[in-house]
Design a protein around this ligand. Structure first.
Ligand SMILES: [Zn+2]
Ligand SMILES: [Zn+2]
Length: 176
């Protein structure tokens, strides 16, 4: 959803409050990696024109992403409460990353792209690894069994066959 900034930018001190719907149905983390938005709240945005086309944008929304556990690949819902504040000089965006990102959300200087804004916030707030539970046991690398649902028969003995060979040699040395 786009917010027209014409009014707020027309005069120093202007403030605009908006509650807008989020258009995005998926969060694109990287090329070919998408997470479905299982749930999302409207985005509350407040834009304040300090002076000389310098604006502060504050806002908040809540999203639930459908992701997979990094260990066992089970689908999990990750709820994110996004609360943000950005300050940007619309005409002369500074060199720092935040201002450059923000100027991309504003594009031609007339419209604020709320979806782009929220996308950036998800990117910052989403943990690199999401687990279904803190002590998730993952899947067996040999047979693919979800180890949270019970052990598999591969679990006896060392996981790495090369290690088993070493142990065998080692025990033979001890016998001599
Ligand atoms: Zn898991
Ligand atoms: Zn196994």
């Amino acid at each position: 959803m786009l917010i027209d900034l014409t009014y707020v930018l027309s005069q120093d001190g202007n403030t605009q409050e908006e509650t807008v719907a989020l258009d995005m149905t998926h969060f694109r983390k990287s090329k070919g990696e998408f997470y479905k938005l299982a749930d999302k709240s409207p985005v509350q945005v407040s834009i304040h024109h300090e002076k000389d086309q310098v604006i502060t944008i504050t806002g908040q929304c809540r999203v639930s992403l459908q992701v997979n556990c990094a260990r066992c690949l089970k689908p999990v819902r990750k709820d994110l409460e996004l609360i943000f504040t950005h300050r940007v000089d619309v005409l002369h965006p500074g060199e720092d990353e935040d201002e450059l990102e923000m100027s991309l959300c504003i594009g031609d200087g007339k419209m604020l792209d709320v979806d782009q804004l929220v996308h950036n916030e998800i990117l910052i707030n989403l943990p690199i690894r999401v687990l279904c539970k803190e002590d998730c046991k993952g899947i067996c690398p040999v047979c693919g069994q979800n180890l949270n649902e019970g052990a598999c028969s591969c679990d006896q003995g060392p996981a790495d066959p090369r290690m088993a060979a070493f142990q065998e040699i080692f025990s033979k040395f001890k016998e001599v």
